[in-house]
Design a protein around this ligand. Structure first.
Ligand SMILES: Cc1cc2nc3c(=O)[nH]c(=O)nc-3n(C[C@H](O)[C@H](O)[C@H](O)COP(=O)(O)OP(=O)(O)OC[C@H]3O[C@@H](n4cnc5c(N)ncnc54)[C@H](O)[C@@H]3O)c2cc1C
Length: 387
């Protein structure tokens, strides 16, 4: 029987552990934190906030894999009326529909032709003009969390724009948050006999069996002592805020004048906040030298636009900053293939959202985890189906 060690019990580590155990391996998983989930944890307490994912995109490979194993669980559908409450800030004013230029760029036929070597701003500007290109770049920030999406590879940004603007939307929401999904994955791992140790930080690479290092790239760099393990990522200010309910509040506001997005997650999932309150999270990417206050100022502007009287309705709030925590971004001339490779040699494999694997956000963690396990087990490809 194969043995595999997995370091890190986030979405990538749990995917790797389940996939390896399904393939018959004896798996041990070490997680530094007291609970599993990593960035996909849902906070305990009255406000069920998330540092990381809310949306599970149904166009991704993880969706099929989770569904086939009965791990998707109940989803929180967005009521149709709430769906009509998406707002945009464009040229300083609220709008109900995005500019046509954005929709044109998001069309699959156009987006798929976006070049790798050119930046999005230049490529999109040629097609729809500078203003439309800027609005589309800012919209795409919802799925890439970077302060200047227009400067990134056109192919990278266009893929995110296409998927984030798809109708019907790809974004779905596990009921009770991603923590519920993580609990289901952890239960499946247990059923399959995965040995899990929490509060077990690994400081030196385990030997004697192939190792899947499913930590952040920063942590992997330290663990492997390999300074080459770097890749650009975003920096974003996060604002979680609970408001007393007011009828007619926006569902989400997308900033097309600057990168930024705020969403009322209780619109689809009432279980995330106490009765009579709504839970919102906003994300406002900032540049390397921009102060956090710049992101928070934009948060205030979007709240003013979509949530009248919000200041008087605040019952709770929390601010945070995510630096290099929102996945890889690809500069012009690069694709996911140029990121740090999964196979590090000597039976060590990387999984996570900044390594060489395709997909959007957590899909990169998922795909790299399956690749890592396939390589570790010497299989060309893992059977994605159960059994
Ligand atoms: C603000 C924000 C919003 C996001 N929104 C979305 C979204 O809507 N949809 C989406 O799909 N994705 C989203 N993402 C991305 C998603 O959160 C990540 O891609 C995904 O959670 C990463 O999972 P992971 O397992 O690769 O890494 P992590 O979740 O970081 O897991 C790594 C684990 O390794 C552990 N660890 C680290 N070092 C050690 C060690 N030495 N020993 C043992 N354990 C260790 C950590 O404690 C952690 O539990 C978002 C991210 C952020 C920050």
């Amino acid at each position: 029987m194969h043995r595999i060690t997995v370091v890190g019990g986030g979405f990538a580590g749990l995917t790797a552990a389940v996939a390896a155990a399904e393939a018959g391996a004896e798996v041990t998983l070490y997680e530094a934190h007291g609970t599993l989930g990593g960035r996909a944890r849902t906070a305990e307490g009255p406000y069920r906030t998330h540092e990381g994912p809310h949306a599970l995109y149904n166009g991704g490979p993880h969706w099929t894999w989770l569904r086939e194993r009965g791990l998707l669980g109940p989803l929180a559908p967005l009521p149709p009326l709430e769906g009509t409450r998406l707002r945009f800030r464009y040229r300083g004013a609220p709008r109900r529909t995005p500019p046509l230029a954005l929709l044109r760029l998001a069309r699959a036929g156009t987006a798929r032709r976006a070049p790798v070597d050119e930046d999005f701003r230049t490529w999109a500007g040629r097609i729809v003009g500078a203003e439309g290109a800027r609005a589309a770049a800012h919209y795409s920030a919802v799925a890439l969390f970077h302060a200047d999406p227009g400067a990134l590879s056109a192919a990278f940004v266009a893929e995110r724009l296409r998927r984030a603007a798809k109708v019907p939307p790809e974004a779905h929401y596990p009921l009770g948050g991603w923590g519920a999904l993580i609990d289901r994955m952890a239960a499946r791992a247990r059923e399959l006999g995965v040995r899990t140790e929490t509060r077990a930080r690994v400081d030196t690479l385990p030997t004697g069996a192939p190792v899947v290092v499913a930590t952040s790239l920063d942590a992997a760099r330290r663990l492997l002592g390999d300074a080459s393990l770097t890749w650009p990522g975003g920096r974003t200010v996060l604002l979680d805020v609970a408001l007393r309910t007011r009828r007619g509040d926006a569902f989400a506001v997308s900033d097309l004048d600057a990168p930024g997005w705020i969403e009322r997650f209780t619109a689809q999932d009432r279980s995330l906040a106490p009765r009579g309150e709504q839970l919102l999270q906003g994300q406002f990417p900032v540049g390397p030298d921009e102060p956090r206050s710049a992101g928070l100022a934009r948060a205030g502007e979007l709240l003013d636009l979509g949530f009248p009287g919000w200041r008087e309705r605040v019952t709770w709030r929390r601010e945070a900053e995510a630096r290099g925590r929102t996945g890889a971004v690809d500069p012009p001339g690069t694709t996911w293939r140029d990121r740090p490779a999964v196979d590090r040699g000597d039976g060590v494999y990387l999984a996570g959202d900044q390594v060489a694997a395709p997909g959007v956000l957590s899909e990169v963690s998922f795909t790299s985890a399956l690749t890592a396990v396939s390589l570790a087990l010497g299989r060309r490809e893992l059977d994605l189906k159960r059994g």
